[in-house]
Design a protein around this ligand. Structure first.
Ligand code: FES
Ligand code: FE2
Length: 338
């Protein structure tokens, strides 16, 4: 296999050694939850203190899904024969056989986990031994000055199409032309790229703060995007509406998208924003997001082998180059370690 083929295959799969959004905090309660991310079947669960953990969804005994089990204190108990695993992924007890030699052995892969802004994130190292990088969570998710909502959905497309869509602001003026917030401004422009410390901003040359006019992409231990959508007065007080997004591969042909919809508002404005969002805006935003989902799901996987890019696609081209470069570095690291 040529180097380029290996690089592409790794990008298609999703880059290891990064933090990814896995699931909304509110989706995990007292019962363990099964999800697939990065092609891996995972169980997400909370211990008795409420701390979230993520493990491979495979019982160390005979492989039953741990997600079918139950939490007891700080352990996850398999439904099949009652084997218990702790947060480190160690077999903590085998109740059916006292003094079982499996007790105390490492049993199941653990994915380092953090919870921020109403989402649960995990580190997908190349192997379990790869220590997690520090994760600079976007400040909108951690700062009390921001208030918002997480909206997450599964899309039937490779995650790269979801990313390409986000670093392509011009589609807003066409695909979403009829929408409440995206109907404004010129339908023609040129684009430029500005470098940042963590990535780049791709934006329109001729228009700012009118429509979806720019996207920032960044790598702070995990890959994210940010974009602003100026709000008409009907959307209540406060600054623009900011979207912070993460795209996590489920498998080769499915993506879990995470969009935090944030506004920098305090006091009564915050309450009004939260009220308006729930009662008026959320439905409209889902409608816009559906337009993205529907078109991306209709794009065949080899669409990118038959495309003719033009000036507006500089964001797409830049991001692909970065992902390929990062894939190359990871493959080299792996080869050096072997
Ligand atoms: S398969 Fe889980 S306890 Fe046997
Ligand atoms: Fe869109």
């Amino acid at each position: 296999m040529s180097e380029l083929t290996r690089v592409r295959a790794l990008v298609d799969r999703g880059l290891p050694d990064l933090w990814y959004a896995v699931i909304g905090s509110g989706e995990v309660g007292a019962k363990p939850v099964a999800v697939t991310r990065m092609g891996e079947r995972l169980v997400v669960w909370r211990d008795a203190a409420g701390k979230a953990h993520i493990h491979a969804d495979r019982c160390p005994h005979r492989g039953a899904p741990l997600s079918m089990g139950a939490v007891h204190g700080d352990r996850l108990t398999c439904a099949y024969h009652g084997v218990q695993v702790d947060a480190a992924g160690t077999i903590a007890d085998v109740p059916a056989l006292p003094d079982c030699p499996l007790i105390g052995k490492k049993g199941v892969r653990r994915y380092p986990t953090i919870e921020a802004g109403g989402g649960i994130f995990a580190w997908f190292g190349e192997s379990e031994a790869t220590p997690p990088k520090e994760f600079g969570v976007p400040e909108e998710l951690t700062s009390p000055e921001w208030s918002g909502f997480l909206c997450t959905a599964a899309w039937a497309c490779n995650y790269q199409y979801a990313l390409d869509n986000l670093v392509d602001p011009m589609h807003g003026s066409y695909l979403h032309a009829q929408s409440f917030t995206l109907a404004y401004g010129s339908k023609q422009d040129r684009f430029r790229i500005d470098e940042t410390n963590t990535g780049f901003v791709v934006g329109r040359e001729g228009q700012r703060d009118v429509n979806f006019d720019w996207t920032e992409w960044g790598d702070t231990g995990g890959h994210w995007i940010k974009l602003d959508i100026p709000y008409p007065s009907g959307a209540g007080p406060g600054g623009p509406f900011r979207i912070v997004g993460f795209c996590t591969p489920i498998d080769h042909d499915h993506t879990q998208v995470f969009f935090w919809r944030m506004r920098k508002v305090g006091g009564w404005q915050r309450d009004l924003w939260r009220f308006l969002y729930r009662n008026r805006l959320e439905e409209r935003h889902w409608h816009v997001l559906e337009q993205d989902r529907v078109i991306l799901e209709k794009m065949p996987f080899d669409a990118r082998d038959h495309e003719r890019l033009y000036q507006h696609d500089i964001g797409v081209t830049r991001l692909r180059r970065i992902l390929q470069q990062q894939a190359k570095e990871r493959l080299e690291r792996k080869a050096a370690a072997e």
